[in-house]
Write a protein that binds this ligand. Structure first.
Ligand code: ADP
Ligand code: MG
Length: 259
């Protein structure tokens, strides 16, 4: 098994006017190639900070962090990952196709290959035929799929997703969860996924990382025994409910009652 992301005793402390904020403390985690890893925990437990550290958007203050065996900076330069933010963040004045093309343009991707690549990623998220539309012509769920397509533009092995479906209603979210699993199975990517939803974390993941705040740390890591093939109604099985229960227990233990 290849280790794609490795954190050893990772610390990240922000210096603020109110003093230091320990966003991550003593985080140890191995993510293997092809894993679907969810990070779940209350606001402020360091989920976003951890994803941003992997993406070289924040600098750890202690411990080590490697991505594909490299520093996060080297991994960023070799375009090791795509990043999907909580809000779709599409430029309203650009068409869907032009939004997806943007990172390719910035990195000087060969023009001759661009059209082909845009077609491929739109197909992966089932948005064939929407290339010429503008973001406002798409529903919220479709916009989020477009932003996933943009993150897939470079065909990076790692996809980092920070609460990508948090703002969507439950039916749309169910549908996107199914599609994301299908995309993961088809592309064999390694996915790091932040969520607040226990069912979403259990449904999607091969590994669930439960976190707790002040300082941000990992309280439980659950390797899912569920099969890779997962119809939505797997959520009614005893195996599923058992994992969900363990996640809930982990969250409860990490909960501070002065919140
Ligand atoms: P989560 O994504 O789990 O809600 P974050 O990683 O965003 O948590 O934040 C972890 C902690 O670090 C919180 O207490 C938050 O207020 C603090 N924090 C996040 N970003 C910064 C920053 N740029 N400067 C100072 N404190 C920050
Ligand atoms: Mg966050």
């Amino acid at each position: 098994m290849t280790t794609v992301i490795q954190a050893n005793n990772l610390d990240l402390t922000y210096q603020t006017n109110d003093g230091p904020v320990h966003a991550l403390k003593g985080v140890d985690l191995d993510i293997n190639k092809g894993d679907f890893v969810s990070f779940i925990g209350p606001s402020g437990c360091g989920k976003t900070t951890f994803l941003r550290a992997i993406a070289d958007l924040e600098q750890p203050t202690g411990g080590t962090l490697t991505v594909n065996g490299m520093t996060p900076e080297q991994a960023r330069q070799s375009r090791a990952y795509g990043y999907v933010f909580q809000a779709a963040g599409l430029y309203p004045w650009r068409t869907i196709g032009d939004n997806i093309r943007l990172p390719l343009e910035i990195m000087g991707y060969p023009k001759s290959d661009m059209a082909q690549r845009v077609t491929e990623v739109l197909e992966l998220v089932h948005l064939e035929g929407f290339e010429k539309k503008f973001p406002w012509q798409l529903s919220g769920g479709m916009q989020q799929r477009a932003s996933i397509a943009r993150a897939l533009a470079f065909d990076a092995d790692i996809l980092l997703m920070d609460e990508p479906f948090g703002a969507l209603d439950e039916i749309v979210r169910d549908h996107l969860n199914e599609q994301l699993l299908e995309l993961w199975a088809r592309t064999n990517k390694t996915i790091g996924f932040v969520t607040h939803s226990i069912p979403e974390a259990v449904y999607l993941s091969t590994k669930i990382v439960v976190m707790s705040p002040r300082p941000g740390r990992i309280t439980d890591i659950i390797d899912s025994p569920l099969p890779k093939e997962r119809p939505l109604d797997i959520r009614d099985t005893p195996e599923f409910l058992e994992i969900a229960h363990r996640v809930r227990e982990g969250l409860r233990e990490g909960h501070a009652y002065d919140d």
